[in-house]
Design a protein around this ligand. Structure first.
Ligand code: GDP
Length: 369
């Protein structure tokens, strides 16, 4: 499943948030029968009411939601890119995630030391950005040295190397200005040519503004949150306000008391739900469903994926042996009541390998093994 890495300076609330995610995952464990949970990974289900509607219609034995894995990447501090301490190891963990969540401290509390002396989101964000920028510069320099030796074997790889060089030139310039690689306009071909470098500043970032519980209902009034909002739009990133403390308290409450607690704070939804929605929006994610008596399941794909690629999310054999996909839109499935009824009504389409999967499609894949 999709991986989001939690980073941030010390004492901003990372562990508090991560532990809430882990507890949440434990409570949901029955929903994730095939997941092996590692110590630095927590799993959150993607809330989706459509899953249960489909599951009821199909009388499924179980409903399996889509999920996002949150990876705890503690230890990203000033100097990490210079290889101080374990810094470089943490940076390499970031290379493996699909998106970065940076927790930014927006709560005041004199008892909890701030590494730079005071709560200052701009400075926190700058410090982390700089480490990511340094790490990318380093990586690009090494790569450029190799490219200069020009080892391309045939004309096709030569063309690709030229595209990579040109893209890296422009990215390098942006990094020197302190701007992230994702701010550089690239063609699809260039994007593909630099993909193997897994540049850190190419990854989408969501800033998680961690506020005091009393600020949760009117977070925009908090000047620190405002500062994060401004930076997020400048850096083409997302922002979500959350109270890590509240998330952690929520996991300790029985589910019927959670809504009551949230209402008392003036909000109607847990922050984890918002965080997942923001991640979906920022990454341009879509959901499709498979449904039957055994189970109804939600699957996460990228916008624009074809039917075979979507099938590959279930299993690589489904992609390799793809023949066609029986497909019906969610609303049509619900109106008909079942796949068989949808077929009778002519609502079930047989889609081939070029079909672009649409949000909410209910799919049944036919494939060779
Ligand atoms: P980390 O170093 O970033 O992992 O930070 P922690 O999650 O360990 O939090 C550092 C301290 O801040 C802990 O004592 C938390 O209880 C506290 N803390 C976290 N979130 C909040 C919050 O929203 N309000 C207040 N007052 N304290 C918080």
């Amino acid at each position: 499943s999709l991986k989001a890495g939690i980073v941030g300076l010390p004492n901003v609330g990372k562990s508090t948030l991560f532990n809430a995610v882990v507890e949440n995952g434990k409570a949901q464990a029955a929903n994730f029968p095939f997941c092996t949970i590692e110590p630095n990974v927590g799993i959150v289900a993607v809330p989706d009411p459509r899953l249960h509607v489909l599951s009821d219609l199909s009388k499924s034995q179980r409903a399996v939601p889509a999920s996002i894995e949150f990876v705890d990447i503690a230890g990203l501090v000033k100097g990490a890119s210079q290889g101080e301490g374990l810094g470089n190891k943490f940076l390499s963990h970031i290379r493996e995630v699909d998106s970065i969540l940076q927790v930014v401290r927006c709560f005041e509390d004199n008892d909890i030391v701030h590494v730079s002396g005071k709560v200052d989101p701009k400075s926190d964000i700058d410090v982390i950005n700089l480490e990511l920028v340094f790490s990318d510069m380093d990586q690009i320099e090494k790569r450029m040295d190799r490219l200069k030796k020009g080892k391309a074997k045939d004309s096709q790889s030569k063309v690709k190397e030229e595209a990579e060089k040109s893209a890296l030139d422009r990215i390098q310039q942006a990094l020197l200005d302190g701007k992230p690689a994702r701010s550089v306009p690239l063609t699809d071909f260039e994007k593909d040519a630099v993909k193997h470098l897994c540049l850190l500043t190419m990854k989408p970032i969501i800033y998680v503004a961690n506020v005091a519980e009393s600020d949760l209902s009117a977070a925009e009034d908090n000047p620190h949150v405002k500062a994060v909002m401004n930076l997020a739009s400048e850096l083409q990133s997302g922002i979500v306000t959350i109270s890590a403390q509240v998330e952690s308290e929520l996991t300790e409450l029985p589910s019927d008391e959670r809504t009551e607690y949230l209402t008392s704070l003036g909000v109607n939804e847990s922050g984890l739900g918002n965080l997942i929605r923001a991640t979906y929006d920022l990454l341009g994610l879509r959901t499709y469903f498979t449904t039957g008596e055994k189970e109804t399941k939600a699957w996460t794909i990228l916008t624009g994926m074809t039917a075979p690629q979507a099938a590959g999310v279930i299993h690589s054999d489904f992609e390799k042996g793809f023949i066609r996909a029986e497909t019906v839109a969610y609303d049509d499935f619900v109106a008909a009541g079942s796949l068989a009824a949808a077929r009778e009504k002519g609502l079930l389409r047989s889609e081939g390998k070029d079909y672009i999967v649409q949000e909410g499609d209910v799919m049944l894949f036919r494939f060779n093994v």
